[in-house]
Design a protein around this ligand. Structure first.
Ligand code: NAP
Length: 223
């Protein structure tokens, strides 16, 4: 399986890509500039050898070569970027970790958008794709500290297709060493995405990198 990360030069995309490559997956970091992505992949490879297969390409070429596509871009420009990749994404599995957030003097808050969540906007723009939401609450800082154990963090996964969510939960386990939790339908991204504003606010107050862990969910993963 090959995983393309659209926006893979940013801290979140490169952090997820780094963890997946360390776990043995084949990763292509995507960028609007293929050379920038190649240089980020080379940097990660030199810093974390032996890393496995992580390369860089422009977003379109990265997606074309992949089975699964992770969207790790800012919400600003999301519609144009994702819509422009629809033909090459086709029926692929898509994972959105995009958080539409706004900031003012009171701090961060979720941004209200027409499709109600970035993941649902992606599903509208990519009608053939299997769109899911996950990785919204993982801190890029922690992802890059590869010695930091993230197995206590839960990755909340939403989507309308069971097999797609199962694959994303597998990827979640590779990224954190912990578990993914199937929270339900794609529309629950409306709650997962803005919840990140709470974590950012906590991070600022307590000078930390907070994350999410649910209690009461069986460790076996049995439903
Ligand atoms: N940072 C975190 O800790 C964190 C945690 C959880 C979720 N997230 C979410 O993950 C997403 C990415 O976060 P990030 O911090 O990595 O973001 P970022 O650094 O602002 O952007 C990621 C990459 O997206 C590309 N990009 C920027 N503006 C673009 C535009 N208008 N159109 C197309 N591509 C654009 C850039 O790559 P190129 O210039 O190379 O194309 C950039 O390196 C966001 O939606 C964020 O809410 C972030």
């Amino acid at each position: 399986m090959t995983i393309a990360i659209v926006g893979g030069t940013g801290p979140q995309g490169s952090g997820i890509g780094l963890r997946l490559a360390l776990a043995g997956e084949t990763v292509i970091l995507g960028s609007r500039d293929g050379e920038r992505a190649a240089s980020e992949a080379a940097k990660l490879t030199s810093e974390h050898a032996p890393l496995g297969v992580i390369t860089g390409a422009n977003n379109r070429d990265a997606v074309a070569s992949a089975d699964t596509v992770i969207l790790a871009v800012p919400y600003k420009g999301h519609e144009e970027l994702v819509g422009g990749l629809a033909d090459v994404i086709g029926h692929k599995l898509v994972v959105s970790c995009v958080n539409p957030l706004s900031f003012d003097k009171q701090g961060p808050v979720g941004t209200q958008i027409p499709d109600l969540s970035a993941a649902e906007e992606a599903a509208r723009l990519l009608p053939e794709a299997n769109v899911t939401g996950a990785f919204h609450h993982l801190s890029a800082v922690n992802l890059h500290k590869v010695e930091t154990d993230l197995s206590h963090e839960d990755v909340l996964v939403c989507g309308n297709d069971e097999s797609g969510k199962a694959e994303v939960m597998r990827l979640a386990s590779l990224v954190t060493g912990g578990r993914g939790i199937d929270v339900g339908a794609l529309r629950l991204a409306r709650h997962l995405e803005p919840f990140t504003a709470v974590l950012i606010s906590v991070n600022k107050k307590y000078r930390t990198n907070s994350s999410v862990a649910l209690t009461g969910v069986p460790e076996t993963g049995e439903k």
